[in-house]
Write a protein of this length. Sequence first.
Length: 408
Amino acid sequence: MSVAFDRESLARITFATGFTFLLVAACLGVVLRLQILDPIAQIDYRYLLHAHSHTAFLAWVFNALLAVTIRHLATDRQIASFRIIFYLLQVANLGMLCSFPFQGYALWSITFSTLHMATSFVFAWKIFHDNKLPTLGKKFLRTALLFMALSSVGPLSLGPLGAFELRDSPWYTLSIYFYMHFQYNGWFVFFLLASVVSLLRSRKVESAFATAYPYLTAGCLLSLAQAAIWTEFSYLVNLASLTGAILQLVGCAIILSRIHKSDSSFIARFPRQERALLRIALACLILKFGFQFAGSLPGLDALTSHRHAAIGFLHLVFLGVVTPALFAWGVSNKWIRRSGLTTVALVLYLLSFAIGELSLFYVPLATLSQWPTFPQSPTILAASAAISAFSIACLLTQVRLKPENAAR
């Protein structure tokens, strides 16, 4: 078997496996929404939420990023070891999926999440030192990997906090947010930026990414402070959060202005489906930076501190930025078939995402603006989750383990 074939085959299997887990995560999301409408006593909402979130960003996103790495970033000599990494990650993913719903953070779930963490460190070490990216791409990729490693401090601190009976303390919540922040805003976003850099052919646009890099990196670090706006150090925390949000907006503005002036055809070079997905991902990324800025302003902290807003923000990054970008990558690599069903499923997915985001953000906005309450919100959120799961199921039928010509 040639290295090229083995690389493509492993990348497709990894992507398809991740996509299957995405459907599982979407179905768990439906159950979570139904639990709010009509609770089942035997289901622990928090435990199921842990299963949903870990399946979403470890079993779907990590697998999809691994597939991109195998297909485009890894060197030929790394493929055999990446196959072993793939199998270890799936053991960890299945273990977490089967343990979290029944025990939350306990022996088996912690064991499997630790296995995933250790395996991800091996993956990070290998690709950090040896990859096919240009110099600037290496910088973004290595930053993404460092953020991934940094995020592990969050879950590693949960054990000691639990041992000292601090599960209900602010530190426990902050540890979880620490992990989520550097996964969503660090590891995921910077990996995607590294992938974009690898596609650029304009020196002026590459220069823009190089100029924006320190702003985006410092902004990601400082915007962690949004999780602690409510503490007794609120003034300093607000200042750090606001500074981080401004730095990210500056970095984003630098990139957008240079792309518009120097390489306006960057997104236009893609076919229609990928072009639409990338534009939506870019728009949601700008919205992400905008919400972080608004949430740092005095009097607007409900945009980040309110539970519905926090969920909406996480979904904005996960469902609006990362997942559409990965869908575009899948279609572009012909891992997802171009078909009428794919188009319909993508439209349904984006529609459900928009409905869900509007419903989630309406609640904190209504609190700020004294708008009327919206009691139908839980029902609408459940319906949007169901539509999302259906659309993902349709897309999964279009995921291909073999190239079209090979399948024939």
